[in-house]
Every structure is written in structure tokens, then in C-alpha cells.
Design a protein around this ligand. Structure first.
Ligand code: NAD
Length: 396
């Protein structure tokens, strides 16, 4: 099969196996270039939930190749067939696994629904057999649905404002058009559903299950990722349904830290910068903000992609002997550069001026699109995109 990108709105329905492998290799290469992380040896066994793409994949790569940790990953990806490619995350998992093995690092990935009790049991069995205990859990799930393991109810998250309808600037990434979108506010049921999917309950369920199984090492730490952003995106993100769900992570972090007292453990929410991932591309308005942000950050040479950002998080916060940079709610702030006054003033200036006509000049839509295609393995130098490939990589 000759594999080309097939884009439908904010998703690409194909993924390129060799390109995905190049993506993983590039990220590993970046970490190797930076060198071993001081204090990284404190992380021996890491569990990453949502490990096949975006920030979760970067977290796994830094744990393994920056800290020398054994890693267990959990993801939910589509397997390939002879006629249809797998999702990018499946190819990423294959590539990561191969690279870890070559480097002599333990790695195992379990593919299935992280929200289910069955997956939690499978993880616990694997930890008991292969790792004994874990000292880090990174919770990096981004999902539109969750089947509640206790009630069986299927919750669907919505990306909507709260309170009042919203009329805002956005962008059609495909067409490069700046347009106005209208979004109706969520009702109470939709808001609760979004909190059920993206809030902290499942993170708590994971910690409960792992603790009860006795697989948390002394000094165990767990991180969950969040986004806050600036007032430009607050109406659709932080002050909307997603923000409500993310606020629930703050509640969960406090509850989990209390639960971890007897292993001297700690839970922290980490605020990360905006980057292009599958999950973020689906949010209205944010891609416009992100393309203006990328331009402002790149002009000042302070832009970071997921692997650069997560490497800095491990090196300066998670593994560093220096005190962590916390906000008043106790979250680790990695969005310091994105949120700096200089960058935000510039993004606001661009936001007020931007139109379809000047988007290419004021924003970095080209960079956004490039990053988007790379998620699916397209656009890597040295990859033969005309090659006839077996999408199953010999497994089907
Ligand atoms: P992503 O779409 O790149 O990755 C999501 C991961 O979750 C994938 O590995 C996928 O397989 C996995 N997953 C989804 N549903 C699953 C399920 N039911 N069971 C098991 N695995 C499942 O997303 P991302 O953007 O890297 O988001 C990860 C976290 O980072 C989220 O909490 C997100 O809010 C946060 N974050 C993202 C940004 C950003 O700009 N992308 C910024 C700040 C914080």
C-alpha cells in the first residue's frame, strides 16, 4: 500500500509506519543529544497512561532515554489491516518498543481502555511480574468518551463554553481561513459528562488500584497534565467544559497526595504549553491561538515542541534537586514562557489584527500544519512516501 495523508477535518485517517518511526527516532535523538538527566536515576520504573502520542509519548521517551527507566505504557489505538493503516500511536508504540529493546531498556505497551478495571488489573499484573513497583505514573489521557467502570454509563465530553453562547474568531486549518464560530453553552449534564471523562476520577481510580495492589514504591510520584492558556482561549477552554474537567484534576491531586502519605508520595498537576497534538487540533479557536503563539515564540527562539517541553519538565522540575516552580494551587508551571508578558502581548496584538488575508504573515499556520502531519508520520525527510508498504508491518 502506498500511504498518503487523508485529512478529514481535524483528523488524518491514515498514518505512515516509516514516518511514525522517524518521529519516534527524532524524539529519542533529541533526548540523547541533551544527555542523561541529573537526578533521572530516581525514576526506575515509570507507567505512562496515554503513552502512544503527544505529551504522553514524549514523557515515556524522556523517562526511558533521559532517565534510563523501564516503562510500561497504556494506549488505545487501532490495529492495522492489509487494507487500512493502524492509527499513528500503534506505529509509535512499535517504534518505541524496538528502540527501547535495542537500548537494553525494558518496555511494554498494553493497548486497551485505560478507564476500565480490566486494564488496571492487567497493568497491576504486569508491574508485579516485570517491575515489582513503580515510582512514577504520568497520566496523559485525552479521550472524548469514557465508559464508567462502576456504572457502565458511557460519558461523552463536549467542548463548549459555560453560561453564555460564544461568538469568537477561529480558523479552518485546512483552508487557512480565519472565521467566526458560534458555540452554544453546555448544559449541566454535558458539563458533568465532560468532567466524568477528562476530570480526576479515573486518575484517582488508578492510584487506588495500584496502591491496594502494593505496587507503589516509597516516594512514588504521579503527574497529570493540564492546559490553562491565556484569556484569548479561556472562553472555550479554561472557562468552558474542558476547564471545569481540568479543575477537577486539581481536586484529585490534593486527594491523591493525601492517599499517598504512607508511601511519602505526591500527586501534581502540570500545566503545559500549547502544542499540536491530535487532541488539541479538535478544539475550536485553539489552533488559531496556537499558530499566532508559535510565530511569536519562534521569532524569539523560545518555541518548544512536545519532546523539548517535556525534557525541560523532567530536567528542571521532576528530577531536579532545585525547588519545583509551583503556582498558588500547587500546580507545576511549565507554561512560564508561553504566558510571559512579552509573548502574550504579542499574541494579543496579532489576535486583534488577524484575518484570512494576513494569517500567513501574523501566524505560523504552515508550522501548525507541518506539526499536524508529522503526528501521522508525514513530512519527515528521508522517508520514501512513494514506497509500497505492508501497513501491518508483517503482523497481519
Ligand atoms: P494525544 O491525543 O496526543 O494523546 C492522547 C493519548 O491518550 C494517546 O496515547 C491515546 O492512545 C490515549 N488514549 C485515549 N483514550 C484512551 C483510552 N480510553 N484508554 C487508553 N488510552 C487512551 O493528546 P495530548 O494532547 O498529548 O494530551 C495529553 C494530555 O496533555 C491531556 O491531558 C491534555 O489536556 C494535556 N495537554 C495538552 C496540551 C496540548 O496543547 N496538546 C497542552 C497542555 C496539556
Amino acid at each position: 500500500m502506498i500511504i498518503k495523508p487523508r485529512i478529514r477535518g481535524f483528523i488524518c485517517t491514515t498514518a505512515h509506519p516509516t514516518g511514525c518511526a522517524a518521529n519516534v527516532k527524532q524524539q529519542i535523538g533529541y533526548v540523547r543529544e541533551q544527555g542523561e538527566i541529573d537526578g533521572g536515576a530516581s525514576i526506575n520504573n515509570a507507567l505512562v497512561i496515554g503513552s502512544s502520542g503527544g505529551y504522553g509519548l514524549a514523557s515515556r521517551i524522556v523517562a526511558a532515554f533521559g532517565c534510563g527507566a523501564a516503562t510500561l505504557g497504556v494506549s488505545f489505538e487501532r490495529l492495522p489491516t492489509q487494507k487500512k493503516t493502524a492509527t499513528a500511536g500503534w506505529y509509535n508504540n512499535v517504534a518505541f518498543q524496538a528502540a527501547a529493546e535495542t537500548a537494553g531498556l525494558y518496555a511494554k505497551t498494553l493497548d486497551g481502555d485505560a478507564y476500565s478495571d480490566a486494564m488496571k488489573e492487567q497493568v497491576i499484573d504486569t508491574v508485579k511480574t516485570d517491575m515489582r513497583q513503580i515510582d512514577l505514573l504520568v497520566y496523559s489521557l485525552a479521550s472524548p468518551v469514557r465508559q464508567h467502570p462502576r456504572t457502565g454509563e458511557l460519558h461523552r465530553s463536549v467542548i463548549k463554553p459555560l453560561g453564555a453562547a460564544l461568538h469568537m474568531k477561529s480558523v479552518n486549518v485546512d483552508r487557512g481561513e480565519v472565521l467566526e464560530v458560534d458555540l452554544e453553552p453546555a448544559d449541566a449534564e454535558e458539563t458533568a459528562a465532560t468532567v466524568a471523562v477528562m476530570g480526576g476520577e479515573d486518575w484517582e481510580f488508578w492510584i487506588d488500584a495500584l496502591k491496594q495492589a502494593g505496587v507503589l514504591a516509597p516516594g512514588f510520584r504521579t503527574l497529570a497534565y493540564t492546559y490553562i492558556g491565556s484569556e484569548l482561549t479561556w472562553p472555550i477552554y479554561w472557562q468552558g467544559t474542558l476547564g471545569r474537567a481540568k479543575e477537577d484534576l486539581d481536586r484529585a491531586a490534593t486527594a491523591i497526595t493525601q492517599e499517598l502519605a504512607d508511601v511519602q508520595g505526591e500527586a501534581r498537576v502540570v500545566v503545559l504549553k500549547a502544542v499540536v497534538t491530535q487532541a488539541m487540533s479538535a478544539i475550536p479557536v485553539v489552533p488559531l491561538y496556537a499558530s499566532l503563539l508559535f510565530k511569536a515564540m519562534k521569532e524569539r527562539n523560545v518555541h518548544e515542541n512536545p519532546i523539548q517541553h517535556i525534557y525541560r519538565m523532567y530536567a528542571t522540575q521532576l528530577c531536579s534537586a532545585a525547588p519545583v516552580r509551583l503556582d498558588d494551587v500547587g500546580r507545576i508551571r511549565m507554561d512560564d514562557v508561553e504566558m510571559s508578558a512579552d509573548i502574550q502581548d504579542d499574541v494579543r496584538r496579532r489576535w486583534d489584527l488577524v484575518s484570512s488575508e494576513n494569517l500567513a504573515e501574523l501566524g505560523d499556520l504552515a508550522g501548525f500544519r507541518e506539526d499536524f502531519l508529522k503526528i501521522f508520520g508525514f513530512g519527515f525527510a528521508g522517508v520514501d512516501y512513494d514506497a509500497d508498504l505492508d501497513p501491518t508491518l508483517g503482523s497481519g
